[in-house]
Design a protein around this ligand. Structure first.
Ligand SMILES: Nc1ncnc2c1ncn2[C@@H]1O[C@H](COP(=O)(O)OP(=O)(O)OP(=O)(O)O)[C@@H](O)[C@H]1O
Ligand SMILES: [Mg+2]
Length: 188
């Protein structure tokens, strides 16, 4: 195998007797934007949950950022972030507080600065002090993606990041993804 940042070989997964992943192979290079396509129910979220250590594969070999998922899932978790298919933000907190919370959970030394930098980068200065429950769907998605960038993870997993966004917000997300890739971050 090459030294790809994501190496997937013969991965299988069944839920009871439904075989969802039947031997999946692919590799992703560092800094690449990799899109996994498939119809509803084809197993995309399942594959992402496996690669982000939330779910165990039944068979196959998975190496992420040089770490074998069976032996080193903890190290993998330290080098990735996951933005799920549905926004996972604390609606009671403000946008800024959500970012600060993730920075603290990631044990960063300067959570306030990290939060402010992302708020500026995502053009959310006006909304940052408001509770997320008052945000529109696009704004929630934006803060959700901003949260996944806290701590500069090497690989970012986004599960359908633009679903439900209007065309403008969609373009914005693609731009964020391209900028991340240009800076060397791998975006799945
Ligand atoms: N926890 C579970 N228990 C049983 N079956 C499941 C479970 N999670 C997913 N499945 C089934 O596995 C298949 C793949 O689901 P998955 O969510 O990975 O698909 P997907 O490609 O992400 O679909 P979508 O485009 O709708 O998000 C589906 O048939 C689904 O019903
Ligand atoms: Mg899905």
């Amino acid at each position: 195998m090459k030294n790809s940042i994501i190496q997937i070989k013969e991965v299988k997964k069944s839920y009871k007797d439904i075989e969802v992943l039947k031997g999946v192979d692919f590799e992703v290079e560092q800094g690449e934007i990799f899109a996994l396509l498939g119809s509803n129910g084809s197993g995309k979220t399942t594959m992402i949950r496996i690669m982000t250590t939330l779910l165990k594969a039944d068979a196959g070999r998975i190496v992420i950022n040089g770490f074998d998922i069976v032996k080193n899932s903890r190290n993998i978790r330290g080098s990735i972030s996951l933005t799920g298919q549905f926004a996972a933000i604390d609606e009671i907190l403000t946008g800024r507080e959500n970012l600060q919370m993730i920075a603290k959970l990631r044990h960063l030394k300067n959570p306030d600065e990290v939060a402010n930098a992302l708020i500026n980068r995502f053009g959310m200065s006006e909304a940052a002090g408001r509770r997320v429950s008052t945000y529109s769907g696009g704004m929630k998605r934006r803060i959700d993606i901003a949260m996944s960038l806290v701590g500069n993870p090497k690989i970012i997993f986004l599960d359908e990041p633009t679903t439900g966004l209007d065309p403008e917000a969609r373009l914005e997300v693609w731009k964020i993804v391209k900028d991340l890739s240009a800076a060397g971050t791998t975006v799945f």
